[in-house]
Write a protein of this length. Sequence first.
Lengths: 276, 1002
Amino acid sequence: MNDVKVLVLTGYGLNCDHETAYAFELAGAVATRVHINSLIDGSQTLSDYHILVFGGGFSWGDDHGAGVVQAVRLKTHIGSTLKDFINKGNLILGICNGFQTLVNMGLLPGFDGDYQTRRVALTYNDCGNFRDDWVTLKVNSKCPCVFTKGMDILEYPIRHGEGKFYAEPKEIETLVSNNQVAIRYAMADGTRAMGKFPENPNGSVDDIAGICDSTGRVFGLMPHPEAFNHPTNHPTWTRTCDQARRMGEDATTRAQDTLGIRLFRNGVDYIRNRGL
Amino acid sequence: MLKRLEIRLKPQLNDAEGEGLRKKAKAYFGMVIDEVRTIHIVTLDADLSDEQLMTIQRELFTNPVTQESSFEPLDTDFDWCLWVGFRPGVRDNPGSTAVEAIEDILGQKFKSHEAVYTSKRYCITGKNLTEKDAHTLAGELLANDIIQQWKVFSRESWDPLTGVGFNVSKVLLDHSPTVSTIPVESDEGLRKISFERSLALNAKDIPVIRGYFCRDEVLSERARVGLTDPTDVELEYISQSRSDHCNHNTFQGIFRYTDIETGQVVIEDNLFKTYIKEPTLLLKDRKDWVVSVLWDNAGIGRFDDENNYVITGETHNSPSNMEAYGGAITGIVGVYRDPLGTGLGSRLVMGSYGFCVADRDYDGELKPRLHPRRLLDGVIEGVKDGGNKSGIPTPFGQIYFDKGYLGKSLVFVTALGIMPAKVKGKPSHEKKTSPGDLIIMCGGRVGKDGIHGVTASSEVFSEHTPAGHVQIGDPYTQKKMHDFILEARDEGLIEFITDNGGGGLSSSIGESAEISNGCHVQLDKVPLKYDGLDQWEIWISESQERMTVVVRPCHLDRFMALSGKHAVESSVIGEYTDSGKLHISYHGKTCAYVNMDLLSEGFPQWEFEARWQTPEMRGLVEPVLGEPENYNDLLLDLMDRPNMCSKEWVIRQYDHEVQGSSVIKPLVGKERDVTSDASVIKPVLGSEKGLAFSQALLPSYSAIDAYHMTACTIDEAVRRLISVGADPEQIGGVDNFCWPDIQYHPVNNPDGMFKAAQLVRSCRALKDMCMAYEIPLLSGKDSMYVDGHLKGRYGQTQKVSARETMQFSASAVVKDINACVTMDAKMEGDLIYLIGETSDHLGASEYYEHLGCTGANVPCVKASHYMPRYRALARAMEKGLVASAHGVYRGGLAVHLALVSMAGCLGMTVDLSQVIWEGHEDKLRNDRILFSETPGRLIVTVPPEHKSVFEKLFSGMALKMIGQVRSSLDPLLITGMNGKQCVLLLPGDLKKSWKKRFGDVI
């Protein structure tokens, strides 16, 4: 079989699993939604997959810090399996709650192959509330991140109450100097948001919206690329569609991936090029 | 062993929660606070070793990057420290997830007496704060004494060693469950007991109930199972089933309707049957997309060949008025169980909200339990947590302010789901219970919460309303159950499913057992939160997040295995029979044994006297107003009015695009900040079909005539759908009535007969509109008694009744989402059309309200004229001729032109002399054209090259080009009848005015 296989975690209040699996399917993979307990009890085996996704949403109600309880449960039960999975050259993607889980497990930032230590955090938004809005993101072209390769400016929605990226200055410096910051909140033209609200929607230090480990194969981000799986997901699509129509273009052409699907396709292509 | 862990953010980190409290204290009470730091407290009542405690402190409760924690009180500076925790028995969601997490990490289960309790303390610095201020903050902002308790510490009274002490809100009921019997010797005696036990039995039902229990054959049957007089379990069952909430006695009642002007009397027997059921059944036959209506938890319509969608609406008013957050979260999480319990179960795809509250800045002398501002904050937050944590998008909602809601505020919640048309080859909308099928309760456990919630919502709100029915919904537990049930459904394990909402097991099992004609329930098998509940309490408790699922014995093992995988508790609590009896036992002893058909025993209909007085008879006339001179300021002020202005602050708190299905968002336009007419989602991700949804709410027109209120509301909801590109042939509706008490009483409800007449008229409009627009009612709900008795300045109470309110929700399939249209002007040079004629319809308009008038000329719908133009517009959109479309709603033409202009960030020129005026020429005046609220109108912008094709589609209809879209530098320029400039405002200035009221609210 030449399928790139993706495992999307579900259960314990997680959401976004359906659309994340769908987005990976659009990107050419075979995606399966797997309950956390099926992975723990062995009825599903992680090594049968190439990409593991910690999706967005709330896990365990996020009552004790977003992603904390999920991180503990996975670390306790399948911590070593996860390490093997990474070391075999597979990919891990954490979106929103999944990103929060990855940093709480210590899989990110994963300095020097240390996939245990919590060094960075995603904490309460400075604006003081949950916020749903689309943001512009600037990709760091020097970053080894597999998922953002070849991309420059992205637009995705953010939907979180705890998305402020925070770490001690020395950790931020290391992240920056290692080029592990994959994407940053930006102004519409792609210049840095410099902490400006609402372009930087949560007060993230250094406008950081997503980071990867030093291999570029473990990636976490707060925005939701899976929620841009169709052109009509974009907040001003009726305006661009109207313009296209006036130019005589077929406004309903669906030949191109959305910016959301491109991110997933990067991951799928990476696995395919690497060899299954 | 008790241990208390205190957790705080590191001092260099911004404490957003504390900062929020600081800002609110300033805005609401003018208090000057320097800083607030929040400390989270986890109190562990469990036998754990020091090593275990350190593990959970380190791994679970302390983020090393952002937090610090200690088992001793943390030393955080303050002038006042406020501790807030839950009262015993109140759902502590963080406490229970903490237990799950601790069990997981330590690999050991908590014992039954062990638990975790969460609370918070707020360390407040502010030199001028008094003790009274501290109590105000605690009582008015942080805690609600119904569900929470608090303590105030000053710097002096704080003991750094003991801190807040140990606060364990454990429920201890020193009580052995007892079934008591109730003598039925006399009507009077039973009435007395009904009152004492808060049974809320209707006086007229009492002889029927007595008649049944005194019948010889009933007595002898009961004797065989060891019963004599009715038990409390039985009477509670009857009371729940007969409550207005469950049985809709008002809508099924007899109304004697007198038109005082003509003297004509009409007997209206069963409003539900005449005005809701009959038209819907007629339309079901005409519309083949209607799959299932009028019986299940929600209505079902066809989405596409493989999928059906499900829709229903609810209100959660009474609990939200007691505890805003708890009431609202319970309401939204509760309505989500309806689609989950419809057919064989549907997946939730969206929710919406509607809040009706009194003025946010109310400073009058009446004292509602919660100030409107606090109530609004609470319900907004409740729906936020309920929707967001369920992973269900909330892409539509409305907030409406009116002083009438000071007595009782309204919380509307609506839910939509989607399900495969077939499950294992069988239609998913059909289900039944059969003898031998097992009754399984899934999800949460049963406690004392919610007892008598149903009967409380059937009563006028007063200081005696029992607080026990206030609960806090738990979206986490329900989300697990939701995922579990859908997997069980797809495996074909479910025969029948329904939710446990109002009335608890009593309703869900009582109603589902009618299908098999009997059941036997063993109450001792129901898992409880704590011991000591009486049998009747188990039977009617409304503890949340529970479904009743019916499974064949052969599927039980697989069902339970799936339940285990999803970490959901499921228990077999009985089975269906065909005995004709509702049979309930507890540890083998029968505690209820009544005929299944007891409820069709011939209970009397409720009766109402309804008297209609025309607006003229009530003295309503048009105000005498000269034409305004300064239209610019007038328009800016209208844009700023609470019911007109931007609600972006609420909309962005709600996740409106989870599930990746968002097509038309609640905020649209160039700057993505102007409110959309309707929302569209794509519930089946791979499909290019969509589902459009809108709601309308126009209670102000009830000041003149609830018939027109209802007609206009429905027309608005439909126009909203049409504006985004919905198919006019597939519109379904959900009516949601919230009415003040209509039972006349010379002292307590002297205008009850008028309100009853308003209800009859509203129902007539509902039917007229549904037939004219061909809208089957997929679901509906009624909440009566929207009244409150509030204490005033001198200790007197004053009754405050809401305006007669009907929220109408409309849904429709969108054939191709790529043809959807938004309301923002798109391009300079586009032609601006106004569809529809404008009349002198200023009665109860926003304009009149702004000037303090009511008037008499209420807007009237001409449905037969409107539907053809809506169809024409739908065709124009299909052909791609339309750049933008927006209905003219409350506020009138000026306000809605401004919105189109603002949303597109483009100027416009409009000539009022081009507007089609219907009515006397001598009434023609700029302000009437600009602010009339005539329904049936839409503003459409069209690229000039489509002019002739577009106009041809509307031939013979009221359509007029009234202006043109200008550039981004141009103003909105409206020229009056006399050719002189009337309004000249930049879109940016209009937007500023529209946003300023709530612009800095977070």
